[in-house]
Ligand binder design. Structure first.
Ligand code: ABN
Ligand code: CU
Length: 643
């Protein structure tokens, strides 16, 4: 079969712009015309292969290339391809090692549920538990992960099962405990039904829809955000300029939102801060040793491609104000471009005060308001929602914030029992097992240029301390990758500083940004657990690696069904020098989720995040030029970038 290949590439695209629909179509056609000709090929992802940053820095001509991951459903083999869109060729085609399982595709979720419902063993086992209306039964396909069993090259899902009481009822109130279906995507059949001790399905409902919870309160007056003169950002394609900040917006199926080339304008110069920043991995391990619960650990990003799960955001609900939306373009499993409209939202928010001083001698006050630019996306990963926000502030600080919401992944115990490994949510046997949400953000820092170093800064009391009042911050240079595998330590008020030792500030110190390690949790599971082997990135809060463009994801390129050791633990074995190097900082943080009654039936958002702050990057407070609120109200829009 010959497939016509669109010859047109997009003229004028920036080298870091995500692939357009036309480019995806062309890449897929080139692959289908070449090594992926068989009907059995499915496309896990087709995304921009970012040009080398050295080429970008040098301003060299770069080619438009696509990275694609594919799976041949005929053989079960997985492949990686590089497609050169300018030359119209597949420039690299690599079969992945047997057992490597790329992330799941969206239609595999649907397939699992449909085929589970058709399988006579499943139907019979459910009937034996008194469940005969399959329309109300929900199969929730998690990855099987890895628990020491050889999957023999099979691509396997582990479907937890829940039942609704009516079509709008929340299934998570009614888990069918000790009932799991292992579904084999390689053969398209149920591999086995794991049907152990039946526990009565909790009957009490746990609904949040208005039709169940009754009328909403009526005492809240509208908050209207108006920006009569529009927002203060300028968007050109995917390039954003806002106050002193500039950056490019990217989007990938694996990471969702990506920030590129983040710079801050200071004294007329755009100074680089971070070359590339994104959520690089997540893991949600459960601490309950009950047989079904002990096998729950979701690598929501690496197993399911969290960018593919991005919501189309709605004005007035997800984001408020003068919004600029960016679409996220990804693919369905046949390689058709799929546009997630309004996947990324960008807007300005008032942020209370930036600085103030009341001169009590004169009785006068100077106060300036802070505002932040918010760039965000929200992903639904089955039961949970994760809303990811980058906040840029006028003083050069940066926040990464995750709002975790959605619905607990629940379990059932016999009525009257109370497991110590979870929180009873009602008196009907429903409970929320204890678990963690661990995130890892990859930050390719370029503080005033690519060559940076990282210091650990602890506050210490000196040995010579006659007044007993002395304490001071002590910098310790982290010289190699092994030395830079660190944990936060609040007893030492620890933070980390990314410095450029060739760029000095007013007082001849290296300019730097600091990472404030808030929400600095690590894996609670024993080191000998399978999840701890597979998610080693989450055993420590800080990792620093020498830059290598192939090193993208901290649990490895393909964590689905991985057996562990890939990613950060493997790369850092080389123990490369990280002093005055092009380096990448990886920060693990998260939420230790000791479930509470208030998390049910839908969880009020929990905020989890960290700050990056300039630390001697500027010579003084960079917001002295902020106008007063009165001045902003009369601003003609002609003033004042940099000072
Ligand atoms: N939130 C865990 C999860 C992810 C994907 C599919 C099922 C469950
Ligand atoms: Cu949780």
């Amino acid at each position: 079969m010959t497939i016509s290949i669109e010859t047109q590439t997009v003229v004028g695209a920036h080298p870091l712009d995500p692939l357009s629909r036309a480019e995806i179509t062309r890449a897929v056609a080139i692959l289908k015309n070449g090594p992926a000709a068989a009907e059995t090929f499915r496309f896990i992802s087709v995304e921009l292969r970012e040009p080398s940053k050295h080429a970008l820095r040098a301003g060299s001509e770069t080619e438009r290339e696509a990275d694609s991951v594919l799976i041949d459903r005929g053989t079960g083999n997985a492949f990686e391809a590089i497609v050169n869109l300018d030359a119209g060729i597949v420039s690299k085609w690599t079969q992945l090692a047997s057992g490597v399982q790329p992330p799941f595709m969206l239609d595999e979720f649907a397939e699992c549920e449909i085929n589970c419902k058709k399988d006579p063993r499943v139907v019979e086992a459910l009937a034996a538990r008194g469940l005969t209306n399959l329309d109300l039964v929900c199969f929730e396909p998690w990855s099987v992960g890895w628990f020491g069993e050889d999957a023999q090259g099979r691509r396997l899902m582990r479907a937890l099962v829940f039942v609704r009481q009516d079509p709008d009822d929340s299934p998570y109130a009614h888990p069918i405990e000790n009932f799991v279906v292992i579904y084999d995507l390689s053969s398209g059949t149920v591999a086995r039904v794991e049907d152990a001790e039946a526990i009565p399905v909790p009957a009490a409902a746990g609904n949040y829809l208005p039709k169940y919870v009754g009328p909403a309160r009526t005492d809240l007056k509208p908050i209207s955000i108006t920006q009569p003169e529009g927002a203060s950002y300028t968007v050109t394609g995917n390039h954003v300029q806002w106050a002193d900040w500039s950056f490019r917006v990217g989007f990938t199926p694996r990471e969702g939102l990506v920030l590129h080339q983040l710079k801050f304008r200071n004294k007329g110069t755009d100074r680089s801060v971070i070359n590339r920043a994104s959520l690089a991995e997540m893991v949600v391990p459960y601490g309950d040793p009950a047989p079904v619960q002990a096998k729950k650990n979701a690598f929501d990003s690496g197993e399911y491609n969290i960018g593919n799960m991005a919501n189309s955001l709605k004005l007035g609900c997800d984001c408020l104000g003068e919004i600029k939306y960016f679409d996220g373009i990804t693919t369905d499993s046949h390689g058709n471009p799929m546009t997630i409209e309004n996947a990324i939202c960008m807007h300005e928010e008032d942020d209370s005060i930036m600085w103030k001083h009341f001169d009590f001698r004169e009785g006068t006050a100077e106060v300036r308001r802070s505002r932040k630019l918010v760039i965000s996306f929200i992903a639904t990963v089955a039961n949970y929602e994760y809303a990811f926000y980058w906040h840029l502030f006028l003083d050069g600080s940066i926040e990464f914030l995750v709002k975790a919401t959605g619905i607990l992944s629940t379990a059932a115990q016999n009525p009257g029992e109370k497991t110590p490994y979870g929180q009873a949510l009602n008196n009907d046997g429903l409970y929320g097992p204890i678990h963690q949400h661990l995130f890892n953000v990859r930050m390719d820092f370029e503080v005033d240029g690519p060559l940076n170093s990282v210091y650990e800064v602890d506050t210490e009391t000196p040995a010579d301390n006659p007044t007993f009042t002395a304490f001071r911050a002590v910098d310790r240079l982290l010289e190699t990758e092994q030395a830079a595998i660190r944990k936060a330590d609040s007893s030492k008020h620890r933070f980390w500083k990314v410095a450029n030792r060739d760029s000095k500030n007013l007082v001849n110190e290296s300019v730097a940004y600091r990472l404030i390690p808030t929400n600095a949790i690590t894996l609670a599971a024993d080191e000998r657990s399978h999840v701890s082997q597979r998610a080693q990135f989450a055993r420590n809060n800080l990792w620093v690696t020498a830059y290598d463009r192939a090193e993208r994801f901290p649990a490895g390129e393909f964590p689905n069904q991985s057996t562990g050791g890939d990613g950060l633990p493997a790369w850092t074995l080389a123990d490369r020098n990280i002093v005055d190097q092009d380096l990448v900082v990886w920060y693990t943080f998260g939420m230790h989720h000791v479930v509470r009654l208030e998390d049910w039936p839908v969880m009020p958002r929990q905020n989890i995040g960290f700050m990056l702050e300039p630390h001697g990057f500027f010579d003084e407070n960079p917001t002295l030029n902020l106008p007063t609120s009165e001045e902003i109200a009369t601003n003609t829009g002609t003033c004042c970038s940099g000072h």
